[in-house]
Design a protein around this ligand. Structure first.
Ligand code: THU
Length: 160
């Protein structure tokens, strides 16, 4: 038996104001779409703004359902739209922001496990990293220069 160590390196910005200007603009788009989320059950709103290599920005937010598991997260709403409409255009950057209507969310809110798995598929498909920035409503912003930093031991199509 031997032990292996799995390491991830992330960058942490103190606040939105510390982000580069172009990322601030993308994050503002994420905030705007976040506030249009359909989340009457959780009252937890999530926005995703994706910058594609051709300069297009694709937006998504979470869409809930009375049958809870039928809802979809913001990240997958956005990345599936990008995959459907721009199948050959790499996704370069994802800006994610979450806000609760019940409390002030100041903690950077990462994509859930299911979204990480979905984003991984596209990162592998395009053979180019997707940089992910995520934040709460305010506060620190975390940057991951690849989805793989957030999902060690990815299950991919090599196992099929
Ligand atoms: N949600 C997202 O949109 N993205 C995530 O990565 C985490 C969770 C949504 C799903 C649900 O509508 C609400 O947030 C509460 O879980």
């Amino acid at each position: 038996m031997k032990e292996i160590e799995i390491k991830s390196t992330l960058q942490v910005y103190d606040s939105f104001d510390e982000l580069p200007k172009d990322i601030q603009q993308l994050m503002q788009k994420s905030m705007a779409i976040r506030d249009k989320a359909y989340a009457p059950y959780s009252e937890f709103l999530v926005g995703a703004a994706l910058l594609l290599e051709n300069g297009e920005v694709v937006l998504g937010n979470n869409q809930e359902n009375a049958c809870y598991p039928s809802g979809l997260c913001a990240e997958r709403t956005a990345i599936y739209y990008a995959g459907a409409n721009y199948p050959d255009v790499p996704v370069l950057i994802m800006a994610l922001t979450a806000k609760s209507l019940k409390h002030q969310l100041v903690t950077p809110t990462p994509p859930c496990g299911a979204c990480r798995q979905s984003i991984a598929e596209y990162e592998l498909k395009q053979n180019k990293p997707i940089t992910i920035y995520f934040m709460g409503e305010t506060g620190k912003v975390v940057k991951s220069s690849s989805l793989s930093n957030l999902l060690p031991l990815i299950f991919d199509n090599s196992y099929l």
